[in-house]
Design a protein around this ligand. Structure first.
Ligand code: SF4
Length: 400
């Protein structure tokens, strides 16, 4: 198989794919034939074949008894494919899924790492930590710690190693923000709930910021995802921020000064939302409409967050432009070094098949990285970790 190359033409490749499917159906028919031994049906490989055929092909028998096998394609042109999270992507590892992040595609899993992040270390440290006195505090975002240390004569700043406190492994289709709550629950179960949790924007939303504070007392800190409306993404036209929302009057005023005609609280994908709609007559033909909507109904509709979440989102967006926020958020830079370190130790390649073993592999990896860090900390050996540069930190600290 390693020397096999698919045919160059698409038509020939499609033909071959259908031929494989026909062979697969023929094999399944033989397995499920009454004269075949029953244990054949119990083979995991047979079940994988059955699922792969079901997920990727349709098979019909015509009135004249002809068998027609077709590859499934996306709707509406085709018969539809199962969602990526359910689709078997490799018969060798039925838990692996195709993932995508920006321009990068990969087959397999996703690893989410959480680590402690104390204030960035100063540069005065000259003695091995083992020789230094113990007193102070550390932990992920302000948790108390018994073994705080002084370092460098006359320096009041405390320094601690960043230790991994949680690893979560999922298939590659699970989005980052689906993991924020499970990570918080996992930390809470081990009594490691952070006071502040610095996260990449993919792990944040107004709803998660509010719920983390309410449920765990954790200040989830990071830049919120930008407006994802088509207009905002294109940087052209009227994005959500261009509309004035009045929650008391339950109206929205558009950039052309028109007022919405309906305000409908609803539930979208299990979450509370409000849909505000403008009238088709207000939105009537004109240059503004092309900047505003491409809807076939020829009027603009906006989906809004409930008031509490909208206010939390506005406050978070305002805060994230300030220098103190950026200085504080710079603490998160350490975890990029951790990801690099994990990649350097083979985290980009699953060594085992299946989610449970891959998950266990990642737990061992995290333990090993923690041991390396503790060893470096106790012996005063600098770790080659990617951090915000001293100059950048100094800039932010002075500005703050
Ligand atoms: S299309 Fe409608 S909502 Fe958009 S700017 Fe024009 S009047 Fe306002």
């Amino acid at each position: 198989m390693t020397s096999w190359r698919p045919p160059a033409s698409q038509a020939r490749r499609d033909e071959l794919a259908v031929a494989y499917a026909r062979d697969g159906y023929g094999l399944l028919e033989a397995v499920y034939d009454g004269s075949s031994p029953g244990w054949l049906r119990e083979l995991p490989a047979v079940d994988v074949l059955r699922q792969v055929l079901l997920q990727n092909y349709t098979r019909t028998i015509t009135a004249d008894g002809r068998e027609v096998i077709r590859r499934r394609e996306n709707e509406p042109e085709g018969d539809g494919l199962p969602p990526g999270r359910a689709r078997i992507a490799s018969p060798d590892d039925t838990h692996a899924r195709w993932g995508v992040k920006r321009e990068e595609f990969w087959l397999g899993y996703k690893l989410h790492i959480t680590e402690t992040c104390d204030p960035p270390p100063c540069t005065c440290r000259t003695e091995p930590a083992a020789q230094q006195a113990a007193a102070g505090h550390s932990g992920q975002s302000g948790r108390g710690h018994e073994h705080d240390r002084e370092h460098g004569k006359g320096c009041a700043q405390l320094v601690f190693p960043n230790l991994i406190t949680n690893v979560a492994t999922t298939d590659a289709t699970v989005t980052d923000n689906q993991m924020t709550e499970p990570v918080h629950h996992a930390l809470a179960a081990r009594n490691l709930t952070p006071g502040r949790h610095y996260a990449d924007s993919g792990y944040l939303s107004a709803e998660l910021v509010v719920s983390a504070l309410k449920t765990h007392g954790t200040a989830l800190t990071g830049p919120l995802l930008a407006d994802t409306s088509a207009q905002a993404r294109a940087g052209n036209g009227y994005a959500r921020a261009d509309f004035a929302i009045d929650y008391d009057a339950k109206t929205v005023i558009c950039p052309q000064g028109k007022t919405s005609v309906s305000w409908t609280p609803c539930t979208q994908r299990g979450k509370d939302a409000i849909v505000a709609t403008f009238s088709a007559s207000d939105c009537g033909p004109g240059p503004a409409r092309s900047l505003c909507t491409t809807s076939g109904k020829k009027r603009r509709q906006l989906t809004l967050l409930p008031r509490g979440l909208a206010e939390a989102q506005a406050a978070a967006r305002a805060a994230e432009t300030t220098i103190p926020f950026q200085a504080d958020y710079a603490r998160r830079a350490g975890v990029e070094g951790t990801m690099n370190q994990a990649v350097g130790h083979g985290a980009r390649r699953a060594r085992y098949r299946g989610l449970p073993k891959t998950r266990l592999d990642h737990v061992y990896l995290a333990c090993a990285l923690n041991l390396l860090r503790l060893q470096a900390y106790w012996t005063g050996t600098p770790l080659d970790r990617q951090r915000t540069s001293h100059l950048a930190r100094l800039e932010l600290a002075l500005a703050a």
